[in-house]
Write a protein that binds this ligand. Structure first.
Ligand SMILES: Cc1cc2nc3c(=O)[nH]c(=O)nc-3n(C[C@H](O)[C@H](O)[C@H](O)COP(=O)(O)OP(=O)(O)OC[C@H]3O[C@@H](n4cnc5c(N)ncnc54)[C@H](O)[C@@H]3O)c2cc1C
Length: 311
């Protein structure tokens, strides 16, 4: 009841959408309505809406490009804060030992940052080429390949504590990254400093082009998905191989399908629901466990309210 009242107050005072289908904000094209959804364009606007949400005890969920998310069919209660408009000029300055510090706001597309590094001949993020989403999301997910993550290039972060709404700067040594994860509960990343090294722009361009081409040739980049669905149990045991060996390539439930191109992708062929994808996920986990005793863990973040039949 109180929360409903808080939601109405925020709705009245800010540029927000109510009952916005989350399928419009995820690459999977899946997800029920968010009570409220805001896409702030400045840090001031962001802070004002977060202050109101805190005052009214309205829970906040942060979403970047939505490329690693599976949102429940029941949607998300409270306020969804989309960071994609929190951008400003990407800039660079000299760092220590001949390095360059590149600064980007969290809502900047990772693809724009990669393009900038090509134009300016900066090396260190080539392996991230072709990964969709924002730089904030990429840092939060420690995005990368099976063997390297973006943490390698992170110098420091500007963050906002979502409990106190106090901003601070965290250095690399303050951060705890693991495979596909940064441990940073209840914080919003505002900006990122990367440490890069100068390199011949042609060499950077060729590496980036080869990385993108390899991704396009091996992964269903143009279909609706959230990228690799499961974490690799270890770098030598790719989840995709385990799924393929269990005979599940092309397996489907309703419109959710194990990609015929890359078995660690679940794709939405059009009208898959979150529940369809979760059903297929369970089938995959059971079949792989039965065959080799490994329980696959999800890499995709599953968020939102649970339905009656959800696990
Ligand atoms: C076709 C395809 C290919 C992909 N290939 C790869 C790949 O090769 N390697 C790889 O690692 N991933 C890959 N992914 C997954 C995804 O692109 C990455 O995880 C991406 O970095 C997520 O960024 P995002 O902005 O979309 O984050 P979202 O999906 O919006 O969010 C992911 C998580 O980060 C949090 N978050 C987002 N922004 C912020 C912020 N500013 N502050 C605090 N928390 C935040 C969210 O709350 C959520 O928990 C792929 C996805 C697709 C669809």
């Amino acid at each position: 009841m109180n929360q409903q009242c808080g939601i109405q107050k925020i709705q009245k005072n800010f540029r927000v959408f109510s009952n916005m289908p989350m399928k419009q904000y995820t690459r999977f094209k899946v997800g029920g309505p968010a009570d409220l959804l805001a896409v702030p364009r400045t840090r001031q606007e962001l802070l004002a809406i977060l202050t109101a949400a805190k005052k009214e005890s309205v829970p906040v969920t942060v979403v970047g490009g939505g490329s690693n998310l599976l949102v429940s069919d029941q949607g998300i209660r409270g306020l969804v804060l989309v960071t994609t408009d929190l951008t400003s000029d990407i800039c660079q300055k000299k760092g220590p030992d001949e390095t360059i510090l590149l600064t980007a706001d969290a809502g900047e597309r990772l693809s724009s940052v990669c393009r900038y590094t090509v134009t300016h001949g900066l090396s260190g993020l080539e392996f991230c080429a072709g990964i969709p989403g924002t730089v904030g999301g990429a840092v939060m997910m420690n995005a990368g390949t099976a063997t390297q993550g973006i943490d390698k290039a992170v110098h420091g972060l500007d963050v906002l504590d979502l409990n106190t709404l106090v901003a601070s700067t965290l250095k690399k040594q303050d951060l705890c990254f693991t495979y596909r994860r940064l441990f940073l509960a209840n914080h919003l990343i505002l900006g990122i400093d990367f440490t890069l090294t100068p390199k011949d722009p042609d060499v950077v361009r060729k590496t980036v082009a080869a990385t993108v081409k390899h991704k396009q040739n091996t992964q269903p980049m143009s279909l609706s998905s959230a990228g690799c669905f499961f974490k690799n149990p270890d770098p030598e045991t790719p989840a995709g191989k385990l799924i393929q060996d269990a005979g599940l390539k092309g397996e489907s439930f309703q419109d959710a399908q194990v990609s015929t191109m890359h078995a660690n992708y679940i794709v939405n062929r059009g009208n898959a629901t979150c529940q369809d994808i979760l059903t297929l996920k369970s089938r995959i986990q059971k079949a792989v466990f039965k065959r080799c005793g490994i329980m696959l863990e999800t890499e995709v973040r599953i968020i939102g309210n649970k339905g009656k039949n959800d696990e």
